[in-house]
Design a protein around this ligand. Structure first.
Ligand SMILES: Nc1ncnc2c1ncn2[C@@H]1O[C@H](COP(=O)(O)OP(=O)(O)OP(=O)(O)O)[C@@H](O)[C@H]1O
Length: 326
């Protein structure tokens, strides 16, 4: 089953925080919604599930038809930030979604158990759920959502607060679990690597609007505008005044090379001159902050510079590492 929306607008605190004219996630696809803090990701996800009390207009679609709240309750399972587990065993919590849908207790437990296994927490089945660590609770909440065999799965930052190893393991477990279902999945995240690992397509949400949408690898590598560039880590930004080009050029700071002395730049590189403001050691690399006539510029290099703060520095960025933005 697909989920989508048309002209979905949500207001909170007296202003519009989400305005999405059109979004469609087909069955079997995972769409990541990537955006900075406060861009409206959680609000969009809740609005798609008709959750929460915010003022909402427009329509949510299931299989292309406007869906009622009752239809959404039946089709959609959501894992929200900081999931709440009941005062019960882990197995009963994993079975809770099925119980809500009218499945008998024994049957619900029977169907939930393989999902605890798939999420790597089967050994905790008999534990009181309130004694779990954050990462364990997160896994149980995901198992609870997957156990109902949802046709639409909404995940709101399911990896927040997990240590790096747990996060990597859970990403792999979730990827494998999603591959077993044909659900339409919407994953809210502010982490590019999560999007890369899980999502077929990625939407960039800035100020409540979808600025860019496409296959994940393409979107992550080709920001459409300056805010998308910042969100995607293209934080070295060269305005036309600095390069003489007609458009804003952006690059990842680690792709910018300081040029030693009078060394010639690579043939197709764009070269920018500036005054070194500071050098920050970053464990094996250095972050260089430069002042240029068109504002500040950041580069990251592993080279040890002979120049210091106040010195003139030239930075070269190869054409292949530059992206043109609106
Ligand atoms: N009940 C509310 N009252 C007032 N403002 C609200 C309310 N709910 C959300 N907002 C505002 O709406 C905007 C979007 O919030 P939302 O939680 O959707 O952002 P987000 O992209 O999920 O952020 P984060 O990455 O920090 O979780 C924020 O500016 C937030 O302060």
């Amino acid at each position: 089953m697909s989920i989508g929306c048309r002209d979905l607008r949500v207001s909170a605190g007296g202003r519009e925080v989400v305005a999405v004219s059109r979004l469609d996630v087909p069955a079997g696809e995972t769409l990541a919604v990537l955006g900075p803090n406060g861009s409206g990701k959680s609000t969009l996800l809740r609005a798609l599930a008709h959750l929460g009390g915010a003022a909402r207009s427009g329509s949510v679609l299931l299989d292309g038809r406007t869906a009622t709240t009752t239809e959404l309750r039946r089709a959609v399972a959501a894992v929200l930030q900081r999931p709440v587990l009941q005062r019960a065993t882990v197995l009963d919590n994993a079975a809770a979604g099925l119980r809500l849908r009218g499945v008998r207790r024994g049957e619900a437990r029977h169907r939930a158990r393989p999902w605890l296994d798939a999420l790597g927490v089967a050994q905790l089945a008999g534990r009181d759920a309130r004694t779990l660590s954050g990462g364990e609770a997160q896994r149980v909440a995901i198992a609870r959502a997957l156990a109902v065999g949802p046709r639409v799965l909404l995940l709101d930052e399911p990896f927040t607060g997990l240590d790096a190893t747990t996060r990597t393991d859970l990403l792999a477990d979730l990827r494998a679990a999603l591959d077993r279902q044909r659900a339409a999945v919407l994953l809210v995240t502010h982490d590019r690597e999560e999007a890369r690992a899980l999502a077929d397509r990625t939407a960039l949400l800035v100020n409540g609007e979808i600025r860019q949408l496409g296959p994940t690898a393409e979107v992550l590598d080709a920001p459409a505008d300056q805010e998308c560039a910042t969100l995607l880590g293209f934080t070295t930004q060269l305005p036309p005044a600095l390069t003489g080009r007609e458009v804003l050029l952006v690059a990842r700071p680690e792709r910018c090379r300081p040029l030693a002395g009078s060394a010639p730049p690579p043939p197709d590189a764009v070269v920018v001159e500036g005054v070194l403001r500071r050098v920050v050691p970053l464990g094996g690399a250095f972050r260089l902050d430069l002042d240029t006539p068109a504002g500040s510029l950041t580069a990251v290099t592993t080279a040890v510079l002979t120049e210091g703060p106040g010195d003139a520095v030239r930075v070269a960025v190869a054409a292949a590492d530059l992206r043109a933005c609106r």
